[in-house]
Design a protein. Structure first.
Length: 536
């Protein structure tokens, strides 16, 4: 390795006297791409934040030597220099891309203003020069119509465009080192591939080094030169990507690499029984304003789903894949009976929709598990209240003791019991890990005896090992209870593991549908081939 750009030695980070990063050592050379890999809680993000002094209320020890270029080979220890000097390094020599652009970007300013502000502060440019630099930085990321997008607020951009705007802001001053914290987690598979390609191109053009923080092993394979694996605040393995993936030395690294979803479903050639849910000619449209004088007299329409048709037999899984804006989530909302639609939709032979008679009786047959278990569970309710809430609605005459027994049984179904968690029923969601919270969400859905679970990205917020556990749980529940699943996801690996049939959506229409092996292994549409290739 050439002279390192950054050399970290014995980095330790503690909060309130409790150490969470334990003596981490690594280095990164100019122009190198190093991936820092681990599950949530492994310490990888805290490590990156500590380098820039952004870990609030933390006690940081050790050294992080930033070595200047050959023209000015000064050595500065990021952990011991004054805050004023560190301010000059942030954004100028070391920049950071955060995980969720919607929360990292200021909603009150246009993206152009936010990028220009960096240039004004760091490079002392005039407002006019900074604005021109902001447009140039956006153009370098390949964002369409950079002049117009510079005047847009974050909420007016798509997820991929917001991420490109954040990359433009980070790279505006051409830093020598980029810290990228899960830069593609919130994006669809095709957008992930585009962002990775963009970062690689910009890295080659500028010669900067990249420290990529991620739990996505496919991303590491495609992007990084070297990989460092963290577990519980310890750096347990480090080496070239090809060598580590081909012959991992540490048990934790082997566990991560072996965490791809495994298919374990009943493969009936001809599913029997009346479909739990079926739709024909399903159409969902939203009113939108019409510009000009005509908008005074009528509204326009945005068609989110057009002519969708599908059927889900008992004990089977229908997977729905597509990019953001393809209509997947709208299809899920229609299947839940939460938005108006036209066309036919039946649940076990009964008409289903927002205005259908007898909705309450049907609603217990269709339950949902949301993407983020932390935000979908009330922080003010105990486990007993959360899981048992559906019984108050659908079986109001049930005695408290009988309701508690049902809650305990539902929790046991998802692998949670008093033996592991003393006082389980009186606990709150924040006392559980992400995977355990998702199990609570599944128990809440199961307790009313549904026939169909709508799974809206049920594992995308989870680490790879926890994802595998939750998918295994769902597969077991499907076999034991004959549940049907409508699985909404952009993860092709999850579709391969869970689905019997799959539909591919684009711009509100179903482009392709059929058995999962047929659609994913021999796709007929170019769009499907692009999705599959991006996930490989």
């Amino acid at each position: 390795m050439s002279t390192p750009l950054l050399e970290v030695r014995d980095l330790r980070v503690a909060f309130g006297g409790k150490e969470v990063v334990h003596g981490v050592n690594f280095s990164i050379a100019p122009g190198e791409k190093l991936a820092l890999v681990g599950e949530s809680g492994s310490g990888k993000t805290v490590t990156a934040l500590a380098l820039l002094g952004l870990a609030q209320n933390a006690k940081t020890t050790g050294s992080a030597r930033l070595i200047g270029p050959q023209s000015a080979p000064a050595v500065r220890d990021l952990l011991s220099i004054p805050e004023r000097e560190l301010l000059g390094i942030r954004g100028q020599e070391i920049a950071m891309i955060f995980q969720e652009p919607m929360t990292a970007l200021n909603p009150l300013f246009t993206v152009g203003d936010q990028i220009a502000e960096v240039l004004e502060l760091k490079q002392a440019l005039s407002k006019r020069q900074a604005w021109a630099g902001a447009i140039e930085a956006l153009a370098a990321t390949g964002i369409p119509e950079p002049e117009r997008r510079a005047n847009a607020f974050p909420h007016q951009l798509s997820g991929g465009q917001r991420q490109r705007a954040m990359i433009a802001m980070a790279l505006a001053c051409r830093p020598r080192l980029l810290l990228a914290d899960e830069p593609t987690t919130a994006l669809d598979v095709t957008l992930r591939a585009q962002i990775l390609e963009l970062l690689s191109d910009l890295q080659r053009q500028t010669g900067m080094a990249v420290l990529m923080i991620t739990h996505d092993l496919n991303l590491v394979r495609k992007f990084a030169d070297r990989v460092a694996v963290m577990e519980n605040g310890h750096l347990v393995e480090e080496g070239a990507v090809a060598g580590v993936f081909a012959s991992p030395q540490h048990a934790y690294t082997r566990k991560l690499i072996d965490s791809r979803p495994v298919r374990d479903v009943v493969e009936d050639a001809a599913p029997a029984g009346t479909p739990v849910m079926q739709a024909q000619g399903l159409r969902v449209a939203y009113p939108v304003p019409v510009p000009g004088l005509r908008g005074w007299f009528r509204k326009g329409q945005f068609v989110a789903v057009q002519g969708a048709a599908f059927a889900i037999p008992p004990g089977r899984t229908l997977g729905v894949v597509g990019e953001s804006g393809s209509g997947k989530s709208t299809l899920a909302l229609a299947a839940l009976g939460l938005i108006p639609h036209t066309g036919e939709m039946d649940v076990v032979g009964s008409r289903w929709g927002p205005d259908a008679a007898g909705n309450k009786a049907i609603r217990r047959l269709v339950q949902v598990v949301f993407q983020d278990p932390f935000s979908s569970l009330s922080p003010r309710m105990t486990v007993e209240e959360i899981v048992g809430e559906g019984l108050l609605v659908h079986e109001p005459g049930l005695k408290q003791a009988a309701r508690r027994e049902r809650v305990i049984a539902a929790l046991a179904d998802v692998g949670l019991g008093e033996e592991q968690f003393p006082g389980l029923l009186a606990r709150y969601p924040h006392e559980f890990s992400g995977g355990q919270r998702q199990r609570l969400a599944i128990a809440r859905a199961l307790i009313v005896g549904p026939r169909l679970l709508i799974l809206d990205e049920p594992t995308s917020a989870l680490d790879v090992t926890i994802q595998k556990q939750v998918l295994k749980l769902l597969q077991r529940l499907q076999r034991e209870k004959g549940l049907a699943f409508l699985l909404i996801t952009h993860d092709v690996d999850v579709i391969r593991a869970m689905a019997h049939e799959v539909v591919v959506m684009k711009d509100g229409e179903i482009l392709e549908a059929g058995p999962v092996a047929q659609v994913l292994d021999s796709p007929r549409q170019d769009y499907t081939r692009t999705l599959v290739a991006a996930a490989a």
